[in-house]
Design a protein around this ligand. Sequence first.
Ligand code: C2E
Ligand code: CA
Ligand code: CA
Length: 666
Amino acid sequence: MRILIVDDEPAMHDSYRRSFAGRHTQRGDGLEAMADELFGDVGRAAPDAAPDATLQESGDASRDVALNASGSPAADEGYPDFALTHCDQGLDAVATVETALAEGAPFAVAFIDVRMPPGIDGRETARRIRAIDPEINFVIVTGYSEFSPAEINRVAGPADKIFYIAKPFEVAEVLQTATALGKRWEVDRELATTRDLLAAKVALLEEQGAELAANESRALHLATHDSLTDAPNRLAFLRALAERTRDAGLFATVMIDLDRFKLVNDTLGHLAGDALIREICAILNRSTPADAMVARLGGDEFGILFDTSGEDAAVMACDRIIAACSVSLQVFGNSVQGGASAGLVVTEGGQGSDPIDVMRRSDLALNDAKRGGRGIVRLFDESMDEGIRFRRRVEGGLGRAIANGELSLVYQPIVSRDAIEVVGFEALVRWNTTQYGAMSPATFVPIAEESNLIHELGDWVLGEALAVLKQWPGQYVSVNFSPRQFRRHNFVGHIMESVQRAGVEPTRLQIEITETAIFDDAERAAETLYKLRQMGFRIALDDFGTGYSSLYNIRKFALDCLKIDKSFIDGMARERESAAIVHSIIHLGRALGLGVIAEGVETEAQVQALRLAGASHMQGYFFSRPVDAKAARAIARSRDLVGRDDVSTDGPNVGQRVGRGLELRR
Ligand code: C2E
Ligand code: CA
Ligand code: CA
């Protein structure tokens, strides 16, 4: 550790040497330096000098002496190795510090005398040194108080790097001060190095972070923007639309299609087409309401999204947009007549509308606008939507169907594993419409489900099934209930009342519900099922495997049986997965003490496989198609399917199927 002594009195230098080493070093210390030069380290006795004694070339005015702590009195007490450099004058000291810094071997502490005639005084020396070395610690040695500490601190601060000792000083005092300050100086330097390192790392990290962020936002921009116009693309538009549908308030979704784009593309080329697209995009951005989003959905189609106060205001905004597009544009020196059509739908946000459906509706409006000619704005109305029209017709028709006696029920036998006994029938609704002929319940039940009609329909089905059931000797009837029926207020009471009115035991009614019905509100469903079962009703979980219930979760529900969906039965022979699913459902059912009905069984091979797998019951065309009430009564009375090949049914070939069921038994 390097110590600088600055004092004009030779005697003082001796005092310092004694303080640090307890041995005499004189001004003639140059002798030792010479010896070093001549003989090197080996030429000297080890205890006399540290290896770094020669590290510092002595200048004319300064002399360096390394004091190897070993052998010195200080060594045993854990003092550091000090290397002293002596200067007689302030200016020499400044030059010495400068050299030391340049060589990368700075001083830790400088002891500076205050009065050093004829040169600059201690305060000025400290000031100049401080100017070049911000780290060095000063010990100002004062004979009498020439300067106040405050004055020196001001020019050579900071104050915590300046100390004072008075002359004459004690040997121990100097050594102690140098040690304490030297240690602190070292720690400070280490800290500074660490801080610099950290700062460099932080800077690097910040740089990398900024680069990453820039890359990410570039990537995000690319993914959500159209490269030709830099407008948001379809993905961004759909996202914005999805977000907008969640918030309350009216908004307009507009689809814009350019009127003569194909012509421009075909006659002037694709580059001209591109230029036209860019031009129109700019016009759209200028002519839309503030805060509107203009997106290029692809080709010559644009989407615009904006908040509006109502349909009239939205139509007016669209009229302005279309008018702005109807201008003559210069494209590559050619004059092109711009023009666009718009389809518009105004939606109330926060009502759970489906953004895809909103898009579809404005698209339907756009098609209508294009059919009507060029430069037209069309507001969506439901008559444009064939799907909606159909739905409205079905809804209206179904309402009348019940009153007009257009509905009927057919019954499909559910047979025990060995196909010997018909244990029950699933009731399936049929509607012979005046307009469309026989319509599948897969079509009209979901439409009824979307309106309150489902309750009316369900009540009719239940009443009819319970009435027919009374003609059977003991079989149960399995009735389908849609999720909405199941969640109806006081469902349990309603069912109970129905069976009581019909004079039927609850044990003869099986309630078929789907996973969706129970898992949407599992807790309430579990309670409802528990109550129903307490009262003696049978519960079947329909279409099992197609929903999202985990096999594990169904434990919670009071059930009698699982119906394995037809899709798995179909797949059994072809895919290992289906076969595995069928097997595990059967296992699970057994483990939980539930019956397992395999539905949609069509072939003998399926029957054999299902028997092997352990299904308790089966249902399907192989045994019988759904049959009318009269045929069901006949089957029920004979308790099996033997000889029932004359029954009238809901589809073709039933006689043959029943016959096959019969064959199977032999
Ligand atoms: P589901 O409950 O899964 O009924 C089974 C469907 O598969 C019935 O179609 C039945 O005729 C048909 N099926 C039976 N065995 C076979 C077979 O071996 N092969 C083939 N390919 N199909 C077979 P359906 O009668 O058209 O009923 C369709 C769906 O309509 C039913 O599916 C049920 O979800 C619903 N549904 C029918 N009637 C009612 C009802 O009264 N109320 C309610 N809420 N829904 C009903
Ligand atoms: Ca069913
Ligand atoms: Ca089913």
